[in-house]
Ligand binder design. Structure first.
Ligand SMILES: [Zn+2]
Length: 229
């Protein structure tokens, strides 16, 4: 993370590759090169009240704010980076992208949340994959914002099918009862920042948030990417 001669030497002998263009990374560059970082399709929704994602949840659930760091375009870089995390187990990229999200949120209304909570995977799915990408993203957010991280406040009690090929209604039926409160979930706390990797119809976030709201917590949503709308 610095330009000191040792890290430059380490880059020479153990090259790290850009998650976007696969060129070598140098010095302070982290997970993507400077060119790719500037090319990322940022939404800037965290600074926009009444943004399109907040409007999407209006009338569905009383959420205090919704944002997503990047647009998830077909063939775009956000998709490519998340693909590396999910299918190639690139956990470092997940944490690094979470830090980028945390950096954006730190001085915004989202930075005032009192807990960072990842959307959990069902234990059987997590065992197969070996990690939960939402937890890694949430850890990155915690590292940059200092907001306490709690991965035991929510539990996934149903192993749901993949959401990717389902309609909006089918997605809701699939996840509506998938979550329950963990024993350590504290009621009456300030807003909880609920973290997921991608926001599409919002069914998963909505189902998870209902558990937090029922416990008396306020909720804000932040994801790494959202489908372009
Ligand atoms: Zn690059």
């Amino acid at each position: 993370m610095s330009n000191n001669p040792f890290s430059l030497l380490a880059d020479l002998f153990y090259p790290r590759l850009c998650g976007g263009c696969r060129r070598n990374l140098y010095g302070g560059e982290n997970f993507v090169c400077t060119h790719c970082l500037l090319d990322l399709p940022f939404t800037h929704y965290h600074r926009m009240s009444n943004n399109p994602l907040e409007r999407m949840f209006r009338g569905r659930i009383p959420v205090d704010g919704v944002t997503s760091l990047l647009f998830f375009n077909r063939g775009g870089m956000a998709r490519q980076l998340l693909h590396r995390v999910k299918y190639h187990g690139d956990t470092q990229t997940a944490v690094a992208m979470g830090r980028l999200l945390g950096l954006a949120l730190r001085d915004s209304p989202f930075g005032g949340c009192s807990a960072v909570v990842p959307v959990p995977l069902h234990p059987s799915k997590q065992r197969i994959r070996g990690f939960n990408q939402s937890s890694l993203i949430a850890q990155g957010v915690h590292e940059e914002t200092g907001i306490p991280y709690h991965d035991d406040w929510l539990q996934r009690v149903e192993a749901t099918e993949s959401q990717t090929r389902k309609t909006r209604e089918a997605r809701w039926d699939n996840v509506a009862t998938a979550f329950s409160a963990g024993a350590s979930l504290a009621g009456g706390v300030g807003p909880v920042l609920l973290i997921d990797d991608v926001l599409t119809t919002g069914a998963t976030l909505e189902a998870a948030a209902r558990v937090l709201l029922a416990a008396g917590a306020g909720v804000m949503f932040a994801t790494l990417a959202c489908s372009n709308r």
